[in-house]
Design a protein around this ligand. Structure first.
Ligand code: ADP
Length: 478
């Protein structure tokens, strides 16, 4: 079921329920009101008639006033018919509209039916068998009537007043109301179904467009993004968020692709050197010394190859797996040890230490050692002999910082971000002829991040570079 259908079905179901409840409540209320009105009119007519009866000690007299006589003159269905009978069932009086007339041709039948009803005392309101008429009766009795034998023919023991009213107008009104309350909601519901579906379709249209755009996407379609409506609603939010994820995914995909290409390129050079060395050696028989020299070249090359492969394996791991085991360590100590490892090297004299007091952080000492070795090595590699390489340790804003400053070739502003990407090497670095794989800095940054820290670079081409290793201070630090 499509989203449009589902939303429409929920909406129309709820609307149908509301309309049914509303119509039923309206119909029942209206019916109860109309019936009450109907009965009140009947009762007030009966009261008017009863007022015309005079009850004496031994006689009941029917003395209609002018007002009573006007009641039941009209012949319409709405109008009241009435009959007054005595204890013998003799009709004493009746409304004029019960007499046959050209305007009321059915009056004879009606008067027969009503008279028949009036002759029996039923105590309370009733309906005729076919529901066409509703009756109301009242009986007035003389408290001490004379025995029948002594009674004058005009004297009555009791009088029964009966009023009748046709229910056909009431029923017609109720039927009309019922029809209206069925037809109007059905029409409303139909209109809501058409308009609601149109609106829902329109509201959901951006989702369809997004789905269509998403279907077209391939891993390499990095330019494609979901269309985002400018309505500023939830769909805009969803589209923007999704496009943000796509940006990251495409960027990661692109990085991965570049990594694979660069890695293949990086491995091809030592592999070619290796193969060339072996081919040249095998071209003719060699002396044991020549074989030994050749094998040493092979060993050096495979060592470098292994190193590169190890670095690539490290970088290929998802960053989440890097969490290192941290202990409390003094960055000053670690920097001093790193500097000490360069003793005896040609440029050892260029190394300057600016180490203050203890700077205690939570570190993996081996990782800090590798990072510093890499940064000091780069500083030597990309600066001229005789220029200083400074290792400084300080703390600032809750972080311990080790800075490696050189006065070397420096890095162009636009390359300062890329040097942390695998295999990236600046043009100037390549021109120096100093070997390198471009894997040292990305690995150093990953190691710094594994300790909850970071690695940044500030540099000016031709003036030198400063690499800063940041690590959060230990909470027990003084
Ligand atoms: P490698 O030094 O093996 O090329 P790195 O990942 O250590 O790889 O460094 C990446 C690149 O960053 C280098 O090739 C160089 O272009 C630049 N770089 C690193 N350190 C320095 C530095 N101290 N001075 C100038 N450029 C540097």
């Amino acid at each position: 079921m499509t989203l449009v259908n589902r939303v429409s079905a929920f909406f129309l179901g709820a609307l149908a329920l509301i309309l049914v409840v509303y119509s039923a409540a309206l119909f029942l209320t209206a019916r109860s009101y109309l019936e009450r009105q109907f009965d009140e009119q009947l009762r007030s007519s009966l009261n008017t008639l009863v007022a015309a009866v005079e009850v004496e000690e031994d006689d009941v007299k029917w003395e209609p006033s002018d007002h009573t006589v006007t009641l039941g003159v009209e012949t319409g269905l709405e109008d009241i018919r009435w009959v007054v009978v005595d204890e013998r069932g003799l009709q004493m009086d009746a409304s004029r509209n019960l007499a046959p007339s050209p305007a009321n041709p059915t009056a004879l039948d009606e008067s027969q039916a009503i008279l028949q009803f009036a002759r029996t005392w039923r105590d309370g309101q009733t309906q005729s068998a076919d529901g066409q008429w509703r009756f109301l009766q009242y009986r007035l009795t003389a408290p001490h009537p004379k025995p029948a034998s002594e009674r004058d023919p005009l004297e009555r023991e009791l009088v029964i007043v009966t009023v009748a009213r046709s229910t056909s107008d009431l029923r017609a009104a109720l039927t009309w109301l019922g029809t209206l309350l069925v037809v109007a909601p059905v029409v409303c519901w139909g209109a809501a179904a058409v308009i609601g579906r149109w609106f829902t379709r329109k509201a959901i249209a951006p989702v369809r467009e997004m789905a269509a755009a998403a279907r077209k996407m391939k891993p390499d379609s990095s330019g494609l993004r979901l269309p985002v409506a400018s309505a500023g609603d939830e769909l805009t939010e969803l589209g923007t968020a999704f496009n943000g994820v796509l940006d990251q995914l495409f960027e990661a995909y692109e990085r991965q692709r570049r990594f694979a290409g660069d890695a293949a390129h990086q491995l091809r050079t030592p592999a070619t050197v290796l193969q060339g060395e072996v081919d040249v050696t095998l071209r003719r028989p060699r002396t044991p010394e020549e074989y030994q020299r050749s094998l040493e070249v092979v060993r050096r090359q495979t060592g470098e190859l292994r190193q590169t492969i190890e670095s690539m394996l490290f970088l290929a791991r998802p960053p989440g797996n890097d969490q290192a085991v941290l202990v409390e360590g003094d960055l000053v100590d670690l920097a001093r040890s790193a500097a000490a490892r360069w003793e005896g090297q040609p440029r050892a004299a260029d190394l300057r230490l600016e180490l203050g007091d203890r700077v205690v952080c939570r570190v993996a000492p081996a990782l800090v050692g590798q990072i510093l070795d890499n940064l000091i090595g780069n500083a030597f590699k990309y600066s001229s002999p005789g220029t200083p390489v400074v290792v400084a340790v300080r703390q600032k804003d809750g972080e311990g910082i080790v800075e490696i400053r050189d006065a070397g070739i420096g890095i162009e502003a636009e390359a300062q971000r890329d040097i942390f990407e695998p295999f990236f090497r600046t043009r100037q670095a390549r021109q120096t002829g100093a070997g390198g794989t471009g894997l040292g800095l990305p690995i150093a940054r990953r190691m710094a991040e594994a300790m909850g820290g970071g690695l940044t670079c500030v540099s000016r081409p031709g003036e030198g570079s400063t690499f800063s290793l940041h690590i959060p201070l230990s909470s027990n630090a003084p």
